[in-house]
Design a binder for this molecule. Structure first.
Ligand code: AOF
Ligand code: ZN
Length: 346
């Protein structure tokens, strides 16, 4: 390659990667597998095939793109994730690319899955030119919950609460319906549908008898229902609404958060939404097991003892858990603050 053509090739490859990232988002944002997109480029740089992954059990993005063409010899495959190197629910993409005669593979981020990684080395060993790290930050942002889950061996944890502006989750008598308005409550349903599981404590189950389904604004069930997970030793009553949940019910029968998350990881649950009241939310924060918080703030003051969080393990200012604010949105008359713990936590 001459030095003159290098920038042109970089620009083409980046623009193809942008397209692959956009294709990736057509796949489901929930479930065991990552969202992955792939485009195949002719030597001229023209996109000649596109593919994406439609969820665990279906073809991977590379195989989906290869299936669009009779002959992929000499093409460049641009993929948002390092092609896999394992036979899982489907076959190894690195091998499929080699057999198809692809000349070059460009990908954004390494596959952190210990079972699936190593595709780049396998491709190189077969004589395919491989370039990793193209638009890596964009791909990592798209896949952040999945990548975090793979790296830490536990689901990505989102903790949500709704409170008055003075941080109360209920009035002094315990009443809490409703602090936030309908737009916020609808947003919570959409967030439920964007996670694989919802965690609550037995206290919330006994006090509120929640159904924990993800519903649209007409009350209808949304297409994806996260499975409810109950932390705590008290059994869920036979008559509890949770027993009717369309996604089933996981009763952990203990309050050991790390062990519970390991059990969920074993079930390939990648994203957990913690909705379960001040005690459970505080326990997750205290344990340093929170990746993101969603705080719905209603324009009212309640005062009194019923704070949205109780003991989060902070007794003095130097121990305060720092947050970095990612977004502040207005939902009706409420505010939604999206924040992530800063590195180092406490
Ligand atoms: C790719 N392309 O489109 C995806 C990949 O159980 P399986 O066979 O579906 O494999 C799942 C793993 O494969 C997943 O955890 C991740 O490491 C990788 N996903 N790889 O080359 C794709 N979705
Ligand atoms: Zn694959």
């Amino acid at each position: 390659m001459t030095s003159d053509s290098a920038p042109t090739d970089t620009a083409r490859v980046e623009s193809a990667m942008r397209r692959a990232l956009s294709l990736a988002t057509h796949g489901p944002a929930v479930g065991a597998n990552p969202q992955v997109g792939c485009v195949l480029l002719a030597p001229s740089g023209e996109i000649v095939a596109e593919g994406w992954h439609r969820g665990a059990g279906s073809d991977h993005a590379e195989v989906d793109a290869l299936a669009q063409l009779p002959d992929a010899r000499g093409l460049t495959a641009v993929v948002t994730l390092e092609p896999c190197n394992h036979t899982g629910r489907t076959g190894p993409c690195a091998q499929a690319l080699i057999e198809a005669g692809v000349a070059r593979v460009v990908y954004a981020i390494d596959d952190p899955n210990p079972v699936a990684g190593g595709g780049a080395d396998r491709l190189r060993a077969a004589g395919v030119e491989v370039l990793g790290g193209v638009l890596a930050d964009e791909a990592a942002e798209l896949l952040l919950p999945w990548l975090t889950s793979m790296r830490l061996g536990r689901p990505w944890v989102t903790v949500k609460w709704a409170s008055s502006l003075d941080g109360r989750a209920a009035a002094a008598d315990g009443s809490s319906q409703w602090i936030t308005g309908t737009a916020s409550r609808q947003h919570v349903h959409e967030q439920r549908a964007a996670h694989d599981a919802i965690a609550v404590g037995t206290g919330t189950v006994l006090a509120d008898d929640p159904s924990l389904t993800a519903r649209g604004d007409g009350g209808e069930l949304l297409p994806h229902q996260p499975v409810p997970v109950v932390f705590g030793a008290t059994p869920v009553p036979e008559t509890a609404r949770l027993r009717q949940h369309p996604a089933g019910l996981i009763e952990l029968a203990h309050r050991d958060l790390a062990a519970g998350l390991a059990e969920l990881d074993a079930r390939e649950i990648r994203r957990l939404f913690v909705e379960g009241g001040p005690t459970l939310a505080s326990a997750f924060i205290r344990a340093g097991l929170v990746d993101e918080v969603l705080i719905y703030l209603a324009p009212m003051l309640l005062g009194g003892p019923r704070t949205a969080l109780d003991d989060v393990g902070v007794t003095t200012m130097s121990e305060a858990l720092g947050l970095s604010i990612r977004r502040i949105d207005t939902l009706g008359n409420d505010l939604l603050v999206v924040a992530r713990p800063t590195a180092g936590g406490h």
